[in-house]
Design a protein around this ligand. Structure first.
Ligand SMILES: Nc1ncnc2c1ncn2[C@@H]1O[C@H](COP(=O)(O)OP(=O)(O)OP(=O)(O)O)[C@@H](O)[C@H]1O
Length: 575
């Protein structure tokens, strides 16, 4: 997508249309125009046949070519329509595939930092709705527009051979039905379509939030507020759709009326020519029926104008997602991953976008291979931020993070992320099975590995009750918070990354289980950087690092005194 395309009002739409396979789309359009012209010719020849048959019922020499033509156009119309549907749907499916591919490629680098402000229901709803809308770009927008020009133009030219006056009227009526009526409809329905789409989108994301947080809603006000909000969205959508239906009814009436006017004009104009002897009588019915049939050329234009609006809006939303800047990017010329895995944060300062105070200020931390380091500190001190800077979810504003002595900004993002196994406080548990969730750790994870790690983390009972392939609920809802956290930890332990980053692994556990989990982590031969509130759980294996919340406001050039080291590193016993 070029920047020029982004600037223009219709830029994102053009960018989407550029993804269309042009050769196949041209074939689809040619087949579509062929279908319309076959239909028009079928009616015209039928008219001529009826007239000739009434004049010369026994003259097979005259009638036979007309009968053959009727058969030919009848068969070709059906065959061309079938082929056109095949080709245009193939083009659509390819377009949808490309759009999904581009969208997902754009989203992956944005996670987690750049998407942290987005509601996942909204994102999901937006992507689903936008891809649905973009499906219409070929079959309901591009193809009908070109077919209307091509087939409509050729039909007018053919009518002009019989009666130039009728051709002029015919062209005007085609324009009225193809352009004026749809433009009027579009003008009337602009607000209603947007309002209905907004209400539907809001309904989708609020419904998803309601289902996800059902327990909270039920224990709050029994879900009354949430259902009232949903009802509001349904009512707003219904109101918008009623207004839209009124406009549609009028448009349908006009679509029936205008071709009738065309037939009357044909009978009048060509009829006068026939009466004057300037035109063969067989052409009267042929011209009238040809005019009637040719309105099929603009039949798809009504939906095309509405589709243009919807496609434009969807393309803008897709563009807006693609325009989000990732919080971190790959270097142009990444260095090879160094052999060492020592992790260092050197004089690291970091402020979240829009925050008044830095989350970390001049922080130093070293985690040598095999080190067991516990980050302690009050809530909001910046402990989780240390983990996200370590695995390069974000970059520091000042100072640097190194892995094996190399600044992580010099390494390929995938290389950096492969060095870390991350177990967040509330891990993402997918709706599925225990085994399915754990196999995300790597392709080579065996059934034996799964069982061992689950038993090791005290999840043997859950494994026994559910089984490795039993359903654990949407987002693991059938597990307790502590079980979900340990499932996330199990996934991290199964990975072969050399550094484990573990956020509050004992938050939901009773004391004996918490102590057991800390012993499991202490026994792991890899480097472990753990966030923990509970200093009593830290035995001599752990080096405790206290992270202190910076109490200074953001200042581009802080005074030397304000940049005093914020990290106190006690000895191995935590004193
Ligand atoms: N995505 C974010 N955007 C803006 N501010 C954030 C974001 N994430 C964290 N913060 C802020 O940064 C500070 C440090 O947050 P962080 O999560 O690192 O603290 P923590 O020590 O891990 O806290 P806890 O022990 O409660 O998990 C807090 O003041 C927090 O409000």
């Amino acid at each position: 997508m070029t920047s020029g395309a982004r600037d223009g009002r219709t830029g994102p739409t053009r960018a989407i249309l550029r993804l269309v396979d042009r050769r196949r789309a041209a074939l689809g359009v040619a087949l579509g125009a062929g279908t319309v012209l076959s239909g028009t010719a079928l009616l015209a020849v039928s008219g001529a046949l009826i007239t000739r048959a009434s004049q010369h019922p026994e003259d097979l020499f005259v009638l036979l070519p007309l009968i053959t033509s009727v058969r030919l156009f009848g068969i070709s119309r059906a065959a061309l329509r079938y082929a056109e549907r095949l080709v245009s749907h193939d083009v659509t499916l390819r377009l949808v595939g490309s759009v999904r591919d581009r969208l997902l490629r754009a989203l992956v680098p944005l996670a987690p930092a750049a998407l942290s402000g987005a509601r996942s229901g909204e994102l999901l709803g937006r992507i689903r709705a936008d891809v649905d809308e973009l499906q219409g770009a070929v079959v309901r927008l591009l193809a009908p527009a070109v077919v209307a020009l091509l087939a409509g133009g050729l039909a007018v030219a053919a009518v002009a051979l019989v009666s130039p006056g009728l051709a002029a009227v015919h062209a005007v009526l085609l324009t009225v039905l193809g352009v004026a009526v749809p433009l009027w409809t579009r003008h009337r329905s602009r607000h209603t379509v947007t309002a209905a789409a907004r209400a539907e989108e809001a309904f989708g994301s609020d419904l998803l939030d309601l289902v996800r947080g059902m327990a909270d809603h039920l224990s709050g006000d029994g879900g009354r507020t949430a259902t009232a909000t949903l009802r509001g969205h349904i009512a707003a959508q219904g109101e918008a759709e009623h207004a839209q239906a009124r406009t549609t009814r009028t448009a349908v009436l006009l679509r029936e009326l205008v071709p009738g006017v065309g037939v009357v004009a044909a009978l009048w104009l060509v009829g006068s020519d026939v009466a004057d002897g300037r035109t063969h009588p067989a052409l009267l019915a042929a011209a009238a029926l040809a005019v009637l049939g040719s309105f099929e050329a603009v039949a798809g234009l009504g939906a095309a104008w509405t589709t243009a609006e919807a496609v434009r809006a969807a393309a803008h939303r897709v563009q807006a997602l693609q325009d989000l800047r990732p919080a971190v990017t790959d270097p142009h010329d990444p260095q090879d991953l160094p052999p060492g895995t020592e992790l260092r944060l050197e004089h690291v300062t970091f402020t979240y976008p829009g925050a008044r105070r830095p989350a970390l200020l001049d922080l130093d931390l070293t985690v040598a291979p095999g080190d067991k380091v516990a980050l302690c500190g009050v809530s909001g001190a910046g402990k989780s931020t240390v983990l996200s800077l370590a695995m390069r979810s974000r970059d520091p504003d000042a100072g640097r993070v190194t892995l094996g002595g190399v600044d992580v900004r010099r390494l390929a993002l995938d290389d950096v992320r492969r060095q870390f196994a991350w177990a967040p406080q509330s891990p993402q548990v997918l709706g599925g099975t225990l085994a399915g969730n754990l196999r995300l750790a790597g392709d080579d994870v065996t059934d034996h590995d799964l069982t061992t790690v689950l038993v090791h983390l005290g999840l043997g009972d859950v494994l026994g009750a559910v089984g490795p392939d039993g359903w654990i609920g949407e987002s693991g809802d059938r597990l307790s918070a502590g079980e979900r956290a340990r499932l996330g930890l199990a996934r991290a332990l199964l990975s072969d990354a050399p550094v484990l980053l573990v956020d509050e692994p004992t938050a939901h556990l009773d004391r004996p289980l918490a102590a057991h989990v800390m012993r499991v982590l202490a026994a792991d031969p890899r480097s472990v950087l753990v966030v923990s509130h509970d200093t009593e759980l830290l035995d001599a294996t752990w080096r405790r690092v206290d992270v202190v919340r910076p109490l200074v406001d953001v200042d581009p050039a802080p005074a030397a005194g304000a940049r005093a080291p914020e990290v106190h590193v006690p000895d191995a016993h935590g004193t």
